[in-house]
Design a binder for this molecule. Structure first.
Ligand SMILES: Cc1ncc(COP(=O)(O)O)c(C=O)c1O
Length: 432
């Protein structure tokens, strides 16, 4: 059990011994009481006795979501049936919620649409980027990017080998490979394993100077760190709705297409909802002359309505305030781990410098899988990524400083009691 603990007063800085001050759990409770964002926690259903540090994977449920889902099911669908396409704005939901997400990522209304999954949206924007960069056919990405990003590239080039080829290089070599055959650069802004943030502005500028268009995967950025997509002159972006946006399991994703690219070429998924006049039922496909063309089939109304509840909560504060608290929480976590657990084989794989670190903190540990399972038994939920990465999501909307204290306390206990060392934790199931 941790008693008084030492944490850095400058939580956003690397821990330095001369800046150390003694804090107890009571001090952190006090800090929670003084937290201007504390009320936001009340907006979420948080299962009792659970310390949930996995909101970077699946966000928690806003209370409002339950009622909204019931309303959509019973009133809009149940009672009003097909009239709700118009009366309850169902047809506009992808654009309406897209515009709300646009505000979170620093782009104009009409540049984001909610649709499909991130994987499918990646496919759509990669093809759009290839069409917009005539004469070039290579998609460049980094080794170790989130698997779906790499898999979608691979599927695309396997299908259209004569038109698309791939190049994957080590992350620190990306800018050396911006040659004149590269059409598109596909990168993830905050890395799914380490949380490392890429310099979106600088890389996008360097890519443009080399005639390369850029697609950014914002899945671990949106709702977690301030993102200024238009200021960075980004061409295309995609992202998940079920992580920091708290949109629910399998929530629809979103895609951004800069206004300047919206009318180039024909959408690869030329479905009827992306048609200029979906209800004209013409035989000929004519795409909408705006972001609507990046929709394909009928929008998932119930899922978008639920996602909207999560997105709306960002209207209660500012992303910069959430980011400040996120940094304070993650720096506290790292400081506590430094003091209590790092001699136990944990290696910080996330950047220590808070400005370079996104919304999760990851440690490598050779018994990482077993430790995560043991923590689960103790009500601490993080997640594990092969081969040895333990991820802890930092979600300032509902995590408290005292929670961070408790998590590190429990990690210390689990290690002291060898709780991770159980036969059933030795073999990692294929889906975990
Ligand atoms: C960076 C990143 N991109 C894409 C995805 C997958 O998105 P989807 O399941 O919506 O296709 C994930 C899922 O965790 C992710 O972390």
């Amino acid at each position: 059990m941790m008693q008084a603990i030492l944490v850095s007063t400058a939580v956003t800085q690397r821990m330095s011994n001369d800046a150390m001050t003694a804090f107890s759990r009571n001090d952190l409770e006090q800090r929670d009481q003084n937290d201007p964002l504390a009320d936001l926690r009340e907006e979420f259903y948080l299962p009792p006795d659970l310390l949930y540090l996995d909101g970077n994977s699946l966000g928690v449920m806003p209370h409002r979501t339950r009622q909204r889902a019931m309303d959509v099911i019973t009133q809009e669908w149940g009672t009003k049936l097909i009239h709700s396409w118009v009366d309850h704005d169902w047809l506009q939901a992808p654009v309406r919620v897209g515009d709300k997400i646009a505000a979170l990522i620093g782009v104009k209304p009409g540049e984001v649409i909610v649709a499909d999954s991130t994987s499918i949206n990646l496919f759509k924007v990669l093809v759009a980027a290839l069409q917009a960069n005539v004469g070039r056919q290579v998609i460049l990405s980094e080794a170790g990017n989130f698997p779906t990003d790499l898999y979608i590239m691979q599927g695309l080039s396997a299908f259209a080998a004569e038109k698309v080829s791939l190049k994957t290089v080590e992350p620190d070599q990306i800018t050396d490979h911006l040659s004149n055959d590269i059409a598109v650069l596909l990168l993830t802004q905050a890395h799914y394993k380490t949380g490392q943030i890429q310099d979106m502005k600088k890389i996008t500028r360097q890519a443009h100077e080399a005639g390369v268009l850029v697609v950014w995967d914002l899945s671990h950025s949106t709702g977690s760190i301030p993102v200024d997509v238009n200021k960075c002159d980004v061409d295309f972006a995609v992202g998940c709705g079920y992580k920091f946006l708290n949109g629910g399991p399998g929530a629809p994703a979103y895609l951004f297409v800069a206004a300047r690219h919206q009318t180039t070429g024909l959408p690869i998924l030329s479905g009827w909802i992306g048609h200029k006049d979906p209800f004209g039922f013409s035989d000929k496909y004519v795409p909408a002359a705006n972001i609507n063309r990046f929709q394909c089939g009928t929008p998932s109304v119930l899922a978008i309505s639920i996602l909207e509840c999560g997105v709306d909560l960002f209207g209660r504060t500012e992303i910069t305030k959430l980011r400040d608290k996120s940094i304070a929480l993650s720096s506290l976590f790292i400081d506590l781990m430094d003091q209590h657990c790092n001699h136990l084989g944990f290696e910080l794989v996330s950047p220590r410098k808070s400005a370079d670190r996104g919304g999760h903190v990851s440690y490598a540990h050779k018994h990482g899988y077993g430790i995560m399972q043991a923590l689960k038994q103790r009500g601490v939920i993080g997640d594990f990524r092969t081969p040895d990465i333990m991820r802890f999501g930092i979600t300032p909307m509902y995590l408290r400083y005292q929670d961070i204290f408790d998590v590190v306390d429990i990690i210390g206990d689990v290690m002291a009691g060898n709780e991770w060392n159980k036969a059933e934790y030795k073999v990692q199931p294929s889906w975990s």
